[in-house]
Design a protein around this ligand. Structure first.
Ligand code: HEC
Length: 147
């Protein structure tokens, strides 16, 4: 191999390493802010979707998709390295009643069950809005035997 060829190879290898570093750095940043799901963390649980949602739960789904999906993932299945699933036995009504959801949204949540850090309060939602979101989560939970 000529000197010129080796030099070109070296430059190519360097570019690959730099590219890999940028990609890796990007995903780490995303995981620590936890605020974006563009790339989307992998789902943490696999669930059955209910055959249909009540009208109330459908409104709740819209609000969930606007306000909660970035961390809790589509259909609240969680996202690895970002946020926990809410369709999970931890959040069954007996352990996390509806008021726990209201408090979580209004006041935020101190990290205690998961390694993702604190949840900040979510602004711009009324208690009625949150009640719709709860109805949606409960229907997802019930379709998965979490009562
Ligand atoms: C920026 C990320 C983020 C967003 C946005 C977010 N959450 Fe959370 N949420 C978390 C994390 C992380 C936890 C887990 C805290 C722990 O227990 O370690 C959590 C926990 C919760 C809990 C459990 C509360 C408890 O008492 O343990 C509920 C309920 C909840 N979130 C509901 C919601 C709802 C509803 C929305 C949308 C209105 C929402 N979250 C938006 C990150 C988020």
């Amino acid at each position: 191999m000529s000197l010129k060829q080796s030099a070109i190879l070296l430059v190519l290898a360097g570019a690959l390493v730099a590219g890999g570093y940028l990609m890796f750095g990007g995903s780490v940043r995303e995981a620590t802010t936890g605020a974006t799901s563009e790339a989307g963390g992998a789902p943490m649980v696999s669930i059955d979707l209910p055959k249909s949602l009540s009208a109330v739960a459908q409104s709740g789904k819209r609000l969930f998709d606007e306000n909660c999906i970035s961390c809790h993932g589509p259909n609240a299945v969680g996202q690895e390295e970002i946020g926990p699933p809410l369709v999970h036995i931890i959040y069954e009504p007996n352990h996390h009643g509806d008021e726990a959801f209201q408090r979580a949204v209004a006041l935020g949540v101190r990290r205690h069950h998961w390694p993702f850090g604190n949840m900040a309060p979510v602004e711009g939602l009324s208690r009625e809005d949150v009640a719709l979101i709860i109805a949606y989560i409960r229907e997802l939970q019930r379709a998965n035997g979490i009562n």
